[in-house]
Design a protein around this ligand. Structure first.
Ligand SMILES: Cc1ncc(COP(=O)(O)O)c(C=O)c1O
Length: 366
């Protein structure tokens, strides 16, 4: 769907009547958790058919009014993104590849029959919110301000067709470590459920994909594992991704494999960045297919030495054990491997401004 030029949009700032006290905020930032605490402000921008994006507002974070017939509540026309603002060593604040999130947001919008948001508006809304809520960025190692841009269909009607009105919203949440256990390597459960079928919405970041993953994820937790891993829907043979992370396999000869983007997995921005960084290390990274049977056999023979999962929330996380209906196997020593650790350190150093950003990935904003 067409959208107006970004230049037509100006942000109105609404005053906040009651900011969270310094004392409360300091206590939250000392132990932010993940996704349970929120900053003082939010951004909202409306879209109406025939008018495009309008009424960009940055104001107090508060509940929104939604008609009970709003399309999002019935047919799940919703998309979202996730990225982080990092406190740099020099006290400044930066984002990591927000343009890539803006592009993926619009790719998701297209798949869900929603309007595109100009990339510059997506980034400007983030810059404005982070500048206003700068005091909410935790400084501890591994901590950051998690940003959640999303879009919902707001038109009140019952009927299966694209809505004629939408709302873009941006909220922010101080974040510590993603995995509660803080384990050096995670244990994953191979689900009998599937996440995405060919031709479906697997490559889009839409809420429905995650609703469908709750039962399999719950099953993984109930069996004592950290995360669920999904196999492909057609043959139930090829490893796709975790509930919220992409996978990389590292072999003893130094070659690396990651599942190809065939439309059923999310094109992770961390995945894309790591492919570049690993290749810069002189390692050969292939995008292809890897079966569960091969994974088990290679782990047993020692051909496979490391596996890691990656994503914005959990960064780079070693996979130690894999369990499923057909038994359990351990990868390498079951702990973090050398290449995993090295590439994680390099990525985090770039994100935090401690290593040179030769790719123009880091965007200083405040
Ligand atoms: C299903 C899924 N796969 C992979 C990822 C990793 O993507 P990114 O590296 O862009 O955070 C995410 C997180 O957004 C996800 O939800």
């Amino acid at each position: 769907m067409a959208s107006p030029a970004a230049a037509e949009l100006t942000f109105t700032t609404l005053p906040h009547p009651a900011l969270v006290s310094d004392e409360t905020r300091t206590a939250i930032l000392a132990n932010p958790g993940f996704g349970t605490n929120f900053t003082d402000h939010m951004v909202t921008i409306d879209w109406t058919e025939g008018r495009g994006w309008h009424d960009a507002v940055i104001g107090p974070r508060q509940p929104i009014a939604l008609d009970p017939a709003a399309a999002v509540l019935h047919y799940a026309q919703e998309i979202f993104e996730g990225l982080k603002a990092y406190k740099q060593a020099d006290g400044s604040v930066s984002l990591f590849r927000p343009d890539a999130n803006a592009q993926r947001f619009n790719a998701s919008a297209e798949r869900l029959a929603m309007p595109a948001l100009p990339e510059s508006v997506f980034i400007e809304s983030i810059e404005k919110l982070v500048a206003l809520d700068k005091a909410w960025i935790p400084e501890a190692d591994g901590a950051s301000l998690y940003l959640r841009p999303f879009m919902i269909a707001t038109e009140a009607f019952l009927g299966v067709r694209p809505a004629k009105t939408y709302k873009f919203i941006l909220i922010a949440s101080p974040a510590g470590n993603y995995f509660k256990s803080g384990a050096p390597a995670v244990s994953i459960w191979v689900s009998e459920y599937t996440r995405a079928a060919p031709g479906g919405t697997g490559a889009a970041k839409c809420g429905g994909n995650y609703a469908a993953s709750l039962v399999p994820q719950g099953e993984a937790i109930a069996r004592g594992h950290d995360q669920v891993v999904f196999l492909d829907a057609a043959e139930h043979k090829w490893i796709e991704e975790l509930g919220g992370m992409n996978l990389f396999y590292i072999f003893e000869d130094g070659t690396i494999l990651t599942p190809a983007l065939t439309g059923t997995i999310l094109p992770g921005i961390t995945r894309n960045s790591l492919i570049t960084l690993l290749r810069e290390e002189g390692l050969s990274v292939t995008e292809g297919r890897y079966s569960l049977d091969q994974w088990r056999a290679d782990a047993a023979s020692g051909k496979l030495v490391e596996t890691f999962a990656c994503g914005t929330a959990a960064v780079v996380t070693p996979v130690g054990t894999v369990a499923g209906a057909h038994g359990e196997f351990t990868i390498g020593s079951g702990g973090p491997g050398q290449i995993t650790q090295k590439v994680k350190d390099r990525l985090v150093a770039i994100q935090r401004g401690k290593a040179e950003d030769t790719h123009g990935w880091v965007r200083k904003i405040a």
